[in-house]
Design a protein around this ligand. Structure first.
Ligand code: CTP
Ligand code: CA
Length: 231
């Protein structure tokens, strides 16, 4: 199965996907991270493979098996994720499902920080590189289709539309990660998702479905947008 790609609408296409959280070290035993299981990103990678694509998955730390037939690069930090994405280009389509930590500690301590009965340490943060924005703005090797995700807790559509313009990507898959989202167990870590697909001129409200059904539907849309392989 690793050698023979399934035949499907993405045959001959390279699809690059990010998934999971990133972990940003504070000291050897502590880190900053987002709540992300990687389930949605991994489901997209598996669906793209089933559709016949050559798939590269750049994954932060998750408790999930590597999808079969997918080239998986395991990373910890946002900076490592960006480097792995850049190394995997060019791609026909990129889907950035990872929940990247926006900030990291300005300096990670080499040794475990100790209480020592002293003052409470202040955590000084610096901003991480924005992988989605970086790839969206590439002048060379910009993928034909760049898809981002937006995790929002309020004004989901408006925030996601603004995010699409700010990042320079083609589509945004927006989901409501608030506790009133109506998703059992929450979107983060759960098996279901209800998303809105934001394109340049449209907003589609997709019904609540399993993350794997959402992945199938998104991959079908990606295949349709890329069209048949030019020969
Ligand atoms: N993203 C990224 N690199 C970052 C931060 C985010 O590639 N350093 C990507 C995510 O993978 C996602 C999209 O950008 O596809 C939106 O992430 P989100 O956290 O919703 O947006 P931010 O621009 O970080 O805005 P904020 O967290 O302030 O809402
Ligand atoms: Ca963010």
């Amino acid at each position: 199965e690793k050698l023979l790609a399934p035949s499907g609408p993405l045959n001959g296409r390279h699809v690059l996907i990010t998934s999971g959280p990133t972990h940003e070290s504070i000291d050897p035993v502590r880190y900053i991270a987002n709540r992300s299981s990687g389930k949605q990103g991994h489901a997209i990678a598996a669906a793209a493979r089933r559709a016949g694509a050559q798939v590269t998955l750049v994954s932060g730390p998750v408790n999930l098996p590597d999808p079969v037939g997918v080239a998986v690069h395991h990373v910890e930090t946002a900076r490592e994720m960006l480097a792995a994405v850049e190394a995997a280009l060019p791609a026909d389509a990129t889907i950035f499902a990872a929940a990247v930590a926006d900030w990291r500690a300005a300096t990670a301590a080499d040794e475990k920080m100790k209480k020592n009965g002293g003052a409470i340490p202040a955590l000084s943060l610096v901003e991480n590189p924005d992988i989605l924005a970086t790839v969206s703005r590439l002048s060379n090797h910009r993928p034909r289709l760049v898809v981002g995700f937006a995790a929002e807790t309020e004004n989901v559509i408006a925030h996601a539309q603004a995010k699409r313009l700010r990042k320079g990507c083609d589509w945004i898959v927006a989901n409501d990660v608030s506790r009133h989202s109506g998703i059992e167990g929450g979107v983060m870590g759960g098996d279901e998702n209800a998303v809105h697909l934001i394109t340049a001129d449209d907003v589609e409200h997709w019904p609540k479905a399993s993350k794997s059904e959402v992945a199938e539907r998104l991959v079908a849309r990606v295949a349709a947008a890329l069209g048949p392989l030019e020969t």
